[in-house]
Write a protein that binds this ligand. Structure first.
Ligand SMILES: [Zn+2]
Ligand SMILES: [Zn+2]
Length: 275
């Protein structure tokens, strides 16, 4: 049973990842407008109405902006925590269905299992997701301030990870943001730095992980080269030279296959490593 994913958008301009496996298709986050989401799905060869669910990690606009309108237009059930439902104002939208999922809970859509994992972030009840089909699993974690034990344990058995590598601390400190926002991003409920991801890659991976996709890079406070370098150095320190690192650019990626005990990256992602 195959599992594959495709980033449709990454970063402050809007996040969304399409995951296909176990006969199901789900969208993780819908931070792009509904029309743009539909266009990017169609260019991936996917009919928007064929999705089984839109799972929203938390209420921030870059993750939830298009969720309600997309769900209503295409008749796709929306899912997330009760806290996200309230904070995002989903009650006001004419949704076809809302299915609440609690942190720690696992849902099965056809033969795709989706586990919700609580993450530390300044939102009502934010989540990361672990998706499994057959023996393959993908961990998907964006927007978190630090690596909580529960999250690291949930990600450890995954064959592939998509994780945010939001900022380089020096670029953030010297950058244009007001100090209050810098403090928020740096804080325990903000975002992961390149170094935080490095610690995860050095010490937190099991032997089965073969691919790490770095996502949600800040365009003002990070540079793709810095994020890649930090991740590759951490993998070297951890003796994990068999793990491939790719970047999710703002406009998304091609399809990425996840295999049990390893993952294959398409040609387009391989080329992304060069910039
Ligand atoms: Zn975000
Ligand atoms: Zn957020």
């Amino acid at each position: 049973m195959s599992l594959r994913f495709r980033v449709l958008g990454s970063g402050s301009g809007g996040n969304a990842t399409l995951v296909e496996g176990g006969g199901a298709r789900v969208l993780l986050d819908a931070g792009l407008g509904p029309r743009q989401l539909a266009e990017r799905l169609v260019s991936a060869g996917v009919d928007p109405a064929s999705l089984d669910a839109v799972l929203v990690s938390h209420e921030h606009g870059d993750h939830a902006r298009g969720a309600a309108a997309f769900s209503a237009k295409w008749g796709v059930p929306l899912s997330g925590t009760r806290g996200t439902f309230e904070a995002a104002g989903f009650a006001r939208a004419p949704l076809p269905a809302f299915e609440a999922i609690a942190p720690g809970e696992t849902r099965t859509l056809r033969r795709l299992s989706v586990r919700a994992v609580a993450v530390p972030h300044d939102a009502a009840s934010p989540l990361a997701f672990v998706l499994s089909a057959g023996a393959s699993s993908l961990g998907h974690a964006t927007d978190l301030g630090h690596l909580s034990r529960g999250l690291v344990e949930a990600l450890r058995p995954c064959d592939a990870l998509l994780v945010e590598s939001n900022y380089d601390p020096a670029m953030l400190r010297d950058g244009p943001y007001p100090w209050s926002l810098k403090e928020r991003i740096l804080g325990p409920f903000g975002h992961l730095s390149n170094g935080d991801v490095g610690r995860l890659l050095e010490k937190g991976l099991s032997g089965v992980c073969r691919l790490v996709v770095l996502a949600h890079l800040s365009q003002k406070n990070n540079h793709p080269e810095l994020a890649l370098q930090a991740a590759e150095e951490a993998l070297d320190r951890g003796g994990r030279r068999g793990v491939r690192v790719a970047l999710a650019p703002p406009e998304g990626t091609g399809w990425i296959a996840v295999r049990a005990g390893g993952a294959a990256v398409g040609r387009r992602e391989g080329q992304l490593r060069l910039f």
